[in-house]
Design a protein around this ligand. Structure first.
Ligand SMILES: [Mg+2]
Length: 346
C-alpha cells in the first residue's frame, strides 16, 4: 500500500499549470522532497503544489488507508476554513472579497464605520510585537464592535442577499466536485470560519446553487426578528484568533438553516468528534488550530499560500503537509481524497 501511495503521490507532487516566480524556484525545490535534482526542477519552471516532507505525507496517507477501506468513509472528515481557502484569493485579477468584507449595509454610514474599525484593528492582528493574549482581546473587541454596528445599522437578510449578489467572491475551481465526492461517501465537511455563517450560506446558495447534506458551518450566526432585522448573534464570538477554542456546539446542518426538505442523515457533533482521520484545509497557519478540539489519530493538512509567498513558503511547508500556491484550484485536494477514500472502498 505504502509503495503504491508513494508512486501516486510523487506523480503529482509538483504540477505545472501556472508560473511560479523564478526567485521561488530554488525555494520550492528546497521544500519539495521530490526534486533533489536541480536540473529536474528547472525543467518544471512553474508549480503550484509543494510538499515539504513527502515521506511524512506518504506515512500519514498509509496510516489512514490502513484503517481498511470499509472503515474509511466512517473515519474521515474534512475541516475547511472558508475565506481564501474554499474561496479564491483573487477574482478577475483583483483581490476577492471575504464573507465579512462583501457586506454592504442599507445605511452606508455603517459600512464606513466598519471600514474604520478594519483600518484600526487589521494591522494590530498581524503586529509581531503585541503578545497573543493582548491580541486575542483586541480581536474580541473588533468582532464585538463590528457585530454591534451590524445590529445598530439595521442589517436585514435581504441586505445580505443583495450584498452577496453584488460581491466579487468566488469558489476555487473543483470545490463543488470536492463537496460532491465527499457527499457521495457521507464524509462530513465542517466549514469553520471567523466570518458570518449566514453570509457563507448565502454565498453557497448563490454561487453553487445547491445544498450538500454533509456540510456544516461553524461560524458567527445571526438572529433575525420577525421583520427580518438582525437583533443579535448566537453563542460565543468566533474571531481570527480563537478558532482553536472552537465552537462545535454551534454547528447546525446546512439544510436545516435553509429550510430545505432534504430527508438526509445529519452529523451529530458526537459523530464528528469520533472521526479519527482529519483532512484540514486552511490559508493561515493559525487555521491548523481548527482541529485542536478533535481527538484525531491522523491529520493531513493542506495550506493555501495566497500572499507574501517569498517570505512565507518555508513556514507554510513546515506547518502544512501540502501547500498550494498561485490561487490553485481544488483538484489536488480532490485527488488526495480520492486516494484516501477510493470509490472501490465503499
Ligand atoms: Mg482564511
Amino acid at each position: 500500500m505504502s509503495h503504491r501511495l508513494h508512486g501516486i503521490l510523487l506523480g503529482t507532487t509538483i504540477r505545472t499549470h501556472r508560473s511560479i516566480p523564478p526567485h521561488l524556484i530554488s525555494r520550492a525545490w528546497f521544500c519539495s522532497g521530490r526534486f533533489r535534482n536541480q536540473t529536474h526542477m528547472e525543467s518544471h519552471a512553474s508549480c503550484e503544489e509543494v510538499v515539504g516532507d513527502s515521506e511524512l505525507l506518504v506515512k500519514k496517507m498509509a496510516a489512514i488507508c490502513n484503517a481498511g477501506p470499509a472503515k474509511l468513509q466512517f473515519s474521515c472528515q474534512v475541516i475547511a476554513d472558508f475565506d481564501g481557502t474554499l474561496t479564491k484569493y483573487r477574482v478577475n485579477g483583483c483581490r476577492g472579497q471575504s464573507s465579512h468584507g462583501l457586506l454592504q449595509q442599507e445605511n452606508p454610514e455603517y459600512d464606513k464605520k466598519r471600514q474604520e474599525l478594519y483600518e484600526h484593528y487589521h494591522p494590530l492582528e498581524f503586529s509581531p510585537t503585541i503578545p497573543i493574549e493582548e491580541k486575542t482581546k483586541l480581536m474580541e473587541e473588533w468582532w464585538t464592535k463590528t457585530h454591534g454596528l451590524l445590529i445598530e445599522g439595521g442589517l436585514t437578510y435581504d441586505g445580505i442577499r443583495q450584498s452577496v449578489a453584488n460581491s466579487t467572491i468566488a469558489f476555487r475551481e473543483g470545490v463543488v466536485e470536492l463537496f460532491e465526492f465527499l457527499e457521495e461517501r457521507d464524509i462530513p465537511i465542517l466549514i469553520f470560519s471567523a466570518g458570518l455563517a449566514d453570509i457563507i450560506e448565502e454565498v453557497l446558495r448563490q454561487k453553487i446553487h445547491r445544498l450538500f447534506k454533509n456540510v456544516k458551518i461553524v461560524s458567527n450566526r445571526m438572529v433575525f426578528n420577525n421583520n427580518g432585522h438582525l437583533v443579535s448573534f448566537q453563542g460565543k464570538t468566533i474571531h481570527s484568533l480563537n478558532k482553536n477554542e472552537h465552537a462545535l456546539d454551534m454547528a447546525a446542518p446546512l439544510h436545516d438553516r435553509l429550510g430545505d426538505n432534504i430527508d438526509a442523515p445529519t452529523y451529530e457533533n458526537a459523530s464528528v468528534k469520533t472521526r479519527r482521520n482529519v483532512l484540514l484545509l486552511g490559508d493561515h497557519i493559525g487555521d491548523l488550530g481548527m482541529s485542536d478540539g478533535l481527538n484525531y489519530e491522523n491529520r493531513i493538512s493542506v495550506g493555501f499560500l495566497n500572499d507574501n509567498v517569498e517570505n512565507s513558503l518555508d513556514s507554510y511547508c513546515k506547518a502544512f503537509d501540502v501547500v498550494y500556491l498561485n490561487d490553485a484550484p481544488m483538484w489536488g485536494v480532490v485527488k488526495l481524497v480520492s486516494q484516501l477514500c477510493p470509490s472501490d472502498g465503499h
